[in-house]
Design a protein around this ligand. Structure first.
Ligand code: FNR
Length: 340
């Protein structure tokens, strides 16, 4: 049953596409007419937690667990290898329960033996499952996803979210790699991020509203739609600004609706060490193929360098210090949440 759900998620994600307002249009860089920067000096190297990355772009968690998904993971892993970027797999729980689908995940490591690969599990995972997930991929980090609203919209989803923080704490202490806790498109608050950091979580990926919309996807799968929940969630810009109250940028990943280099640069500037993109790479892969994904990533890299030059930042760390203005709903969020 989980296998067909994964294929349905892929189909609906492609059909619905990305929807909603991620809030990054509320952020404006302050133009610099004297940037004192040269494009050839700009470096895209960055770090999140203990991980050094050659690029701030990460292919975020999507899939695995069925024949069709093996093909997708293989091609995304090739794109990650060719462009030197990190990549996460989708939840590995199905491989732990059904060893016959393991290859749909391990293909990622096979295709990219020396690249940065993130494993992925839900917060129901046990310590033993977390260790197996890391070992399966020789993963460089383990993502644990939080998705209570998605589960609540799924008729077959979880209904009991007690004990999550304790389970994550046990996993953090048991696994040998950094743990990343992420949402899947509903956002994370500063308070939750602080509690996660206190138990040793290395990186918080805000997974904000405004991109792939799992309320809308699950509503497509339901007989009786709860479409009035399709707007639920904290926009990515608001979640990022909220989380940076309690976490340094080097411990934050931005994701949720990030589509272009300007979105990436804004997300980094307001306080993230890297940016995860999921739905947009899936769409390019399915409509135009692997070489188009490689081209898309190369173009994103070129455009990020162009913007960094324009704002006078030679490094991602310098981008964390460039001035920006916050307007619209994001400014309202900052005021209401006491963010300076
Ligand atoms: C996802 N996402 C996801 N996340 C996760 O932690 N584990 C998972 O198994 C999945 N599965 C999954 C399947 C599909 C088809 C998509 C498109 C996405 C969520 C993903 O990592 C990301 O958080 C959201 O998609 C928001 O980012 P984008 O798509 O707006 O860039």
């Amino acid at each position: 049953m989980r296998v067909s759900r994964k294929v349905e998620h892929l189909q609906h994600a492609l059909q619905i596409g990305q929807s909603g307002e991620h809030g990054l249009s509320d952020i404006r860089f302050v133009h610099q007419c004297l940037p004192e920067q040269s494009l050839s000096s700009v470096s895209l190297e960055t770090y999140i937690g203990e991980l050094n990355l050659s690029s701030p772009i990460v292919i975020n968690a999507m899939t695995g667990g069925a024949a069709e998904t093996e093909e997708i993971n293989r091609e995304l892993a090739i794109a990650a290898r060719e462009t030197g970027i990190a990549m996460a797999v989708g939840s590995q729980m199905s491989a732990l329960r059904h060893p016959e689908v393991r290859s749909s995940y391990t293909i990622v490591r096979e295709m990219n033996p020396t690249g940065i690969v993130f494993g992925n599990l839900g917060s129901e995972a046990t310590v033993d499952q977390a260790q197996q997930a890391v070992e399966m991929l020789q993963a460089n980090a383990l993502q644990i996803h939080l998705n209570p609203m998605q589960e609540l919209i799924m008729p077959e989803g979880d209904r009991d979210f007690r004990g999550v923080l304790d389970r994550i704490a046990r996993i953090v202490h048991a696994v040998s790699v950094p743990v990343i806790v992420k949402e899947v498109g509903f956002g994370i608050t500063g308070e939750a991020a602080r509690r996660l950091r206190e138990i040793g979580v290395s990186i918080v990926d805000v997974g904000g509203f405004g991109g792939t919309n799992f309320a809308a996807i699950e509503n497509e799968r339901r007989e009786e739609s709860l479409a009035w929940l399709n707007d639920w969630g904290i926009p990515t810009s608001c979640s990022l600004l909220d989380v940076q109250k309690s976490c340094a940028p080097a411990h934050i990943m931005a994701s949720g609706g990030i589509r272009n280099a300007l979105d990436i640069c804004k997300a980094l500037a307001i306080g993230a060490g890297a940016a995860g993109l999921a739905g947009i790479f899936l769409k390019t892969l399915k409509t135009q193929g692997t070489s188009a994904v490689i081209q898309q990533i190369n173009t994103l890299h070129a455009h990020i360098k162009l913007i960094m030059t324009g704002v006078g930042a030679a490094t991602i760390e310098e981008l964390w210090r460039v001035p920006f203005i916050i307007g619209g709903e994001t400014a309202h969020w900052c005021y209401a949440r006491g963010i300076d």
